[in-house]
Design a protein around this ligand. Sequence first.
Ligand code: EAX
Length: 331
Amino acid sequence: MKSAKFYVILLAMFVALSCPFRSDAAPSKVLKLGHAVPEENAYHFGALKFKELVESRTNGDIQIDLFPNNQLGTGERDILEGLQLGTIDLYVGSTGPLGGFEKKFLLFDFPFLFRDKKHVYEVLDGDIGKYVMGLLDAKGIHGLAWMENGFRNLTNAKRPVNTPADASGLKVRTMENKVHMAMWRELGVDPTPMAWSEVFTALQQGTIDGQENPIPVIYTSKLYEVQRHLALTRHVFSPAMIAVAKALYDTLTPEQQEIFQTSAQEAAQHEREVCDKMENDYIKSLEENGMQITRPDLSLFQEASLKVYDEFKGELGDDAKLLDQIIASGK
Ligand code: EAX
């Protein structure tokens, strides 16, 4: 619990710092930033940092109001659609739904693709990450920086999971992502795509047996109250992103665009550090809150999910070579 108190203090410090001295003039733009997780989650630390940097660097000319915990939509796809419609200005969240907006984002959804976080950021902060993020502009969304959701793990209410056979037959909520769904089908799991805002209630009511998410999401969304078992499967690395509505971004001056880009990069670095620390701290907190943790032999899960590559590589078209590059760079 000590670690949870640490983050509460850190959050309080951030809230205080993110109300910098403003010039007397009213802001020329008041922007809405939405995300789908509680304020204790690393995303919110990233959003606060971005708010603090942009407001201070524009001397309060641009104000950013934060709307955590699905206040602006029923899940991440909803908030991203808000950027396209111009009803929401900024997004912090996972790239899970983005495969439905731009197929090339499925590139990052393949199971056991990344060796570790060092490999993840060599790819995301390199040419491949820049190229894929740039594809969103044509969809009305301008990606600003890669943040972190993390390696996803399986939780369920029914039984410990050590092998794919243990997972078989479970009804597991997934993001609205066809590669993730295909992977779970290969393991004999019944995947149920659902917006994040509906998941806790569905677990509580038993309409689904489990879900899969990184440790910080599992802890900050209090899933230990409705899930007994956690298997550290680390089956997919889930990137996150801070993004802005393209139409809004195009109205910014070159100087304001530069402030958005640099502030997003700095906020992303901060969010990744907070997320990484949470991932280490919160496994113990989950055990303290009654979850039984298993550490399966991941090669069994990796073998069982290999078919997904054949099934979806074709959807990447010419960019299938990027998948080969990512695999090769992780060896
Ligand atoms: O981005 O929907 C999900 O499972 C996401 O990982 C969660 O909303 C955090």
